[in-house]
Design a protein around this ligand. Structure first.
Ligand code: F6R
Length: 242
């Protein structure tokens, strides 16, 4: 793991984009593994700015998102499909038909999960963007998830729902109880991983991910066994790993 310390969220976003950019330039048909949440928003702004400057085209690229809430209508402003459209896809030339977000509405969730796993296996991710939960989750692989897991339905931990209540009028009861997520085994197939973490709330999770035992109690610790991971942190999130 290579840890890159930065001194602000803007710098963190720029550094993350500097790491990602060569893949976009060298591989016009790259497969991008994307995340939602607050962490990658600055990176997505960098991607949009460089696209608008005429330096990159996403026309032939494919994206595979990590996760989606279960049983939340896709039109809901906080569905991860809506998030991706609003924060990235609506502003670049990617073909929406090539953007993939797990189907949180499928009646047969297991079949939909298996399809998503098969799709990801057939389209190896060139660069995977990750955030990290305060409890060490990546995607929605909560503590205790097997490192061998593929796409599956999860029950979100109360802490995760509390953290995400900020997107649902600060009302935890409005936060979906379940989500569909790519599994840790799927994420580990990515050729290169860039994990973004900012803010004090992430400091302990970042420490456990980097210095703790490789243990399902901290799902992100599995990244210690991946050959190409960059962890880009601001001062607060990187406090214990200086
Ligand atoms: C989002 C995802 C989650 C988030 C994590 C951090 O697609 O998979 O693992 O990356 O919960 O969320 P933020 O960035 O909002 O702090």
């Amino acid at each position: 793991m290579i840890v890159i310390q930065t001194s602000s969220y803007e710098e963190l976003s720029r550094k993350a984009y500097e790491l990602m950019r060569p893949v976009l330039i060298e591989k016009p048909d790259a497969v991008l593994g994307l995340a939602t949440g607050s962490s990658p928003i600055g990176l997505y702004k960098e991607m949009i700015a460089d696209y608008k400057a005429g330096n990159v085209s996403y026309k032939k690229m494919i994206s595979i998102n990590l996760d989606e809430y279960a049983d939340l209508p896709v039109e809901h402003p906080e569905s991860y499909r809506s998030f991706m459209n609003r924060n990235l896809f609506d502003h670049i030339d990617i073909d929406k038909a090539n953007t993939h977000v797990p189907d949180g509405l499928a009646a047969d969730k297991e079949a939909a999960c298996n399809e998503y796993t098969a799709f990801a296996a057939a389209h190896p991710i060139d660069v995977q963007i990750l955030g990290i939960g305060a409890n060490g989750h990546i995607g929605f692989n909560e503590p205790g998830t097997s490192f061998d897991a593929h796409t599956h339905l999860v029950e979100l931990k109360e802490g995760t729902r509390r953290d995400n209540a900020r997107f649902f009028d600060n009302d935890i009861d409005k936060v979906p109880t379940h989500a569909v997520t790519l599994g840790l085994a799927d994420i580990m197939q990515a050729k290169m991983i860039i994990l973004i973490a900012n803010g004090t709330a992430k400091a302990e999770a970042v420490r456990r991910m980097i210095q703790g035992p490789v243990d399902t109690a901290c799902p992100a610790s599995v990244l210690q066994t991946h050959p190409c991971v960059y962890v880009v942190v601001d001062e607060a999130a990187g406090y214990y790993v200086k």
